[in-house]
Structures are given as C-alpha cells and as structure tokens.
Design a protein around this ligand. Structure first.
Ligand SMILES: NC(=O)c1ccc[n+]([C@@H]2O[C@H](COP(=O)([O-])OP(=O)(O)OC[C@H]3O[C@@H](n4cnc5c(N)ncnc54)[C@H](OP(=O)(O)O)[C@@H]3O)[C@@H](O)[C@H]2O)c1
Length: 306
C-alpha cells in the first residue's frame, strides 16, 4: 500500500533543505519514531514495513500531526529478495535522490523459517535485506546531498558468531544465535560498504541498546516470555525517543569518515574484532554467491511482473 502523496518539503528554520529519507521498519518501534521525527523536521519520508495496517496507522498519525504530505508508506516483505527489489524499483521510479537510508526492520523467529528464496528468515531480513538495499539504493544515495546510511543493529556486542559453514543455520537453529549471527553480519556489512562506498556515502553502525520497542520482534514469542520481557523493559529499557536521538544527529550531520560505529553514546574503535576487514570481505563474497544462487523465479517483482 502506497500513499501517493509525497509533496516537497521546504527549508527548515536553519535554512537546511528538507531531506529525503528511506526508513525500513518505519511502521513500528524505532523506525516509526525516526519516520515521524524526520517528517516533523521537514523531511520527506518513505517508510517500509510488511504489515499494511501498521502503514495505515503511521499515515493516520502523520496526517493527524499535519505531516500527511511528507510521509509515504510502502508495503514490502524485506525477508524476500523480491520485496527488497520492490523498494529499490519504487525509489528509482519515484525519487530523484535520497539523502538517508535508515535500516531498522527486524523480527525474531522462535523456529527456523525458510523464506521463498530458500534462506533462513533472520539472516534474510536482518542482514541480507540490508546488503541488498544498501547496494540497490546506492545510485539514489549517490545523487543525494550529504547522504548517509544508518544500520541499526548491535555493534559493540562481541557475542554471537558467523557460522561460516552453515550461514542458513540448517543444522542448529536458536533464536538468539540467529539474531546474533545477523548482528555480527551487519557489523561486517558496514565494514565492506564503507570500504567500497564510504568516501561518497558514509556508513553508520548504531546499537541503540535495550529499548522499549521491539513489539514486532516479539510477535512470535510466547505470551509469558513476552510479558516478562515487557516488564523488565518498563524498568531497564530506554525510551524510543532517547534511543533514536543519535540517529537524527547522523542524518542532520553525516560523519565525514567512511565508517562510524556507535554503541549508544560511545564511539567504537575500528580495530574491534567484530569489524575485521578480512571477515567482511569473506562475508561479502559469500553473500554475492548466495544472491547469485538464489532461485531466479524468486527475483520477480512482488506484483508478479519481471
Ligand atoms: N529494541 C531493542 O531493545 C533493540 C536493541 C538492540 C538493537 N535493536 C535493533 O534495532 C532495530 C529496530 O528495533 P525495534 O525494537 O524498533 O523493532 P520493532 O519495534 O520490532 O519494529 C520492527 C519493524 O520491522 C518491520 N518488519 C518486521 N518484519 C518485516 C519484514 N519481513 N519486512 C518488512 N518490514 C518488517 C516491522 O513492521 P511490520 O510488522 O509491518 O513488518 C516494524 O516496523 C532492529 O534492527 C533491532 O534489531 C533493537
């Protein structure tokens, strides 16, 4: 579902022209907060999510705040290669340039789920989607003014590992291990993207810390565990507004270096073990192989056209 109204936005009070920002997972949690926050700052926003009802709610809330003409919602299942291609095609057809790409879509899966591309769903949604979108939207980003990519994941965590011999976790699937593997893969994605494109389009890896959002992530979790997590979150977690404040900073003033890694407020050193350039190259090669081997019938558009 697409809200076709995406009118221009004028310069803000500081004279900065309104940016155009794509936000994946823009219908819930941090992504939604960023989408509405950018619109309130005068930006034009394309929010992406898989549930059209959440999209309707986002658009209604934007309209109620007088921001209806600044927010567009696109329904796409980012756990599929075709869903990501839908976003890339939509941007190419409707936007001359984009200035920011914020990636916040994720969902936990208690059981191993295989996507229509034959990939494990956490790997596909939390990591591969970000690889495909970063590359596919690079032409639009390169045409933007001071563009930046912000990948919201878990940089700074040392736990979890890339299962090089079983990236699709066919032999042993655990929810948290799948999340951590995709998190470490996003760390390496940032390194690879920054090495290839970072001079022109800087890349930010951002860990928001434990945040009172994640309702989508918990949709599949049993009610008791969900109630416990929500209770702990009431006490220990940060508000969405607090967690996303640095993201607004990255969009307002993109870093001047190719790669920036921030865990909450802390700038991380590039020498971190989880940011190993050799491992980043290895994962980039493995990812290219996965995409090349993906069932070509799966790369058709979501509307059925090629
Ligand atoms: N919350 C935390 O404590 C925490 C901590 C560290 C890192 N993070 C990371 O921060 C990011 C944002 O987390 P959050 O807590 O704000 O998430 P959230 O509230 O669970 O929202 C997730 C978003 O992803 C979208 N999504 C899920 N599956 C999708 C699919 N197949 N295709 C397209 N969109 C999909 C959801 O929309 P639909 O339901 O409409 O698809 C929703 O908009 C995530 O990458 C997460 O890993 C979160």
């Amino acid at each position: 579902m697409v809200n076709q109204h995406h009118g221009g936005t004028g310069p803000d009070a500081e004279g900065r022209a309104g940016q155009t920002v794509v936000v994946t997972g823009g219908s819930d949690g941090m992504g939604r907060g960023i989408a509405l926050g950018r619109a309130a700052r005068g930006d034009r926003v394309l929010a992406v999510g898989s549930n059209p009802m959440k999209g309707e709610r986002l658009l209604a809330d934007a309209a109620a705040s007088g921001l209806g003409d600044r927010v567009e919602f696109l329904t796409a299942d980012l756990s599929t290669i075709a869903g990501n291609q839908t976003v890339i095609d939509h941007v190419a057809a409707n936007y001359r340039a984009i200035d920011g790409l914020v990636m916040a879509a994720n969902r936990q899966s208690p059981q191993r789920v295989q996507t229509s591309d034959g990939l494990e769903s956490t790997f596909a949604l939390y990591y591969l989607s970000r690889h495909v979108l970063g590359h596919g939207l690079m032409p639009a980003l390169s045409a933007g003014s001071k563009p930046v990519i912000v990948n919201i994941a878990g940089v700074g965590l040392a736990s979890g590992k890339i299962n090089w011999d079983d990236l699709q976790l066919r032999h042993r699937y655990r929810t948290i291990a799948a999340q951590l593997q995709a998190g470490r893969a996003n760390d390496l994605l940032g390194v690879a993207m920054a090495a290839q494109f970072g001079e022109q389009v800087p890349y930010v890896l951002y860990h928001p810390g434990f945040t009172r959002s994640g309702d989508s992530a918990m949709e599949q979790i049993n009610p008791l565990t969900r109630a416990i997590i929500k209770t702990v979150a009431m006490v220990a977690a940060r508000s969405v507004e607090r967690a996303i404040a640095p993201v607004h900073g990255f969009l307002d003033s993109p870093p001047t270096v190719p790669l920036t890694a921030v865990d909450r407020g802390k700038l991380l050193p590039s020498e971190l073990k989880t940011l190993d350039p050799a491992a980043a190259r290895r994962l980039a090669d493995a990812t290219d192989q996965i995409l090349a081997e993906a069932d070509p019938t799966a790369v058709k558009r979501e509307d059925g056209t090629r």
